[in-house]
Design a protein around this ligand. Structure first.
Ligand code: SF4
Length: 380
């Protein structure tokens, strides 16, 4: 029997400082020399060993290192890990991405990273220094530009830039200027996220105390469409709610998630989805490292999804792609027809103009894109 294609994700749980809006799992190391790189590598290798048999029927075709701040780790770390993965698993990624922070990149590191990765995602976040300040980032716009040009010079032909919109005090004119700068750099891919204030973050607390001048909901909607119009007019395809790509530069790794295909995630807080099984590692560096030192898997949550739940999740994930879901293909893959399965509730979403059906595809309408959460709540 042939191997099933799958994605491989690695979560690097280290940052220099916690950004005030961030709720991803990461541990701040003001002195990055204290990052336990060796112990982390040893733990990862052990984790791979412990999963090796169970994932022997998968061929890992994408590799994505996210975080945290993966660019805090040395190229040697990734070289050793990559070699190990190639020996222990069916690991031949055609797309290998590293997320990078502009303040932790230099020429030498980029040249070494390029030997392992063929795609880099630079966390620019804003192209205005006052935006970076409002977001509590450590870098400047100058550093973003420098990092981008150095990545290009190091041979990265596939560069993605992250942009956060809706930061405190942001005006339409700021966003227009930001998009101009972003475009002038010439990325192949752009991810644009609305700043969301997650409970348990410092920014949320500041907001609760009335210390933040957040853009209104109407402004946020207008920012979303401004970005859409700007990037699509410049030849980018808006292929997922928050993502834009030049032709053939969609993030193949993330497409695995949106197409409900299997993935293995390693590292603290990483999630996997394999054979209807969802696994989520503990969000604690020590609780992750210690058991692995003794040769056992770290604490994790596990859930088995039945056929209906898998299907419903796949529908919600698939609707994130602007192309939508191919109804016949979903029926073949999951054994359910979207229309007969959802019946009334789907008709209602179609009548309300949140979804549309066109040439075999069910997709979010223009109005539905910004109400994707409402649609997801109905279909979950
Ligand atoms: S660098 Fe990224 S992962 Fe780290 S705290 Fe900031 S936003 Fe979160």
């Amino acid at each position: 029997m042939g191997l099933t294609q799958a994605a491989f994700y690695l979560h690097v749980p280290f940052c220099r400082r916690k950004c005030p809006y961030c709720d991803f799992y990461s541990v701040p190391f003001a002195d990055t020399r204290k990052i336990p790189e060796k112990a982390f590598l040893a733990a990862l290798k052990k984790e791979v060993e412990l999963h090796a048999e169970e994932v022997s029927s998968y061929q890992f075709v994408t590799f994505y290192v996210g975080g945290g701040t993966p660019s805090l780790l040395s190229a040697g770390f990734y070289e050793e890990l990559f070699d190990f993965l190639a020996k222990r698993l069916n690991f031949e990624p055609f797309e290998a991405t590293i997320e990078a922070n502009p303040s932790s990149l230099n020429e030498e590191k980029l040249i070494s990273y390029r030997k392992i990765f063929n795609r880099i995602s630079i966390g620019a976040q804003s192209f205005k220094d006052k935006g970076l300040l409002a977001l509590g980032r450590l870098h400047t716009v100058f550093q973003v530009k420098k990092a981008f040009l150095r990545a290009r010079a190091a041979g990265f032909e596939n560069i993605s830039l992250d942009l956060i919109y809706g930061w405190p005090g942001q005006q339409k004119e700021d966003l227009v200027e930001e998009l101009d700068i972003l475009l002038s750099l010439g990325p192949e891919h752009v991810s644009c996220y609305e700043l969301t204030l997650e409970p348990e973050t410092r920014m949320y607390e500041w907001y609760q105390k009335g210390k933040l001048n957040m853009p209104s909901e109407e402004e946020i909607v207008s920012f979303y469409w401004l970005i859409h119009d700007f990037l699509t007019q410049q030849g980018f395809e808006h292929y997922e709610i928050s993502n834009y790509a030049r032709r053939d530069y969609e993030c193949r790794h993330n497409l695995f998630y949106w197409e409900a295909r299997p993935y293995l995630g390693l590292g603290p807080a990483a999630a996997s989805f394999l054979d209807s099984r969802r696994i989520k590692n503990v969000e604690d560096l020590n609780l992750y490292l210690e058991p692995l030192e003794k040769g056992v898997l770290p604490p994790h949550e596990e859930e088995i999804l039945d056929a209906e739940k898998r299907f419903r999740e796949a529908v919600i994930l698939g609707l994130r792609k602007l192309k939508g879901i191919n109804v016949a293909e979903y029926e073949r893959r999951f054994g359910f027809n979207v229309f007969s399965y959802y019946g009334e509730s789907l008709s209602r979403l179609l009548d309300q103009g949140l979804l549309e059906y066109c040439q075999g595809y069910l997709r979010l309408s223009k109005r539905g894109i910004l109400l994707a959460n409402v649609v997801a709540r109905e279909l979950v």
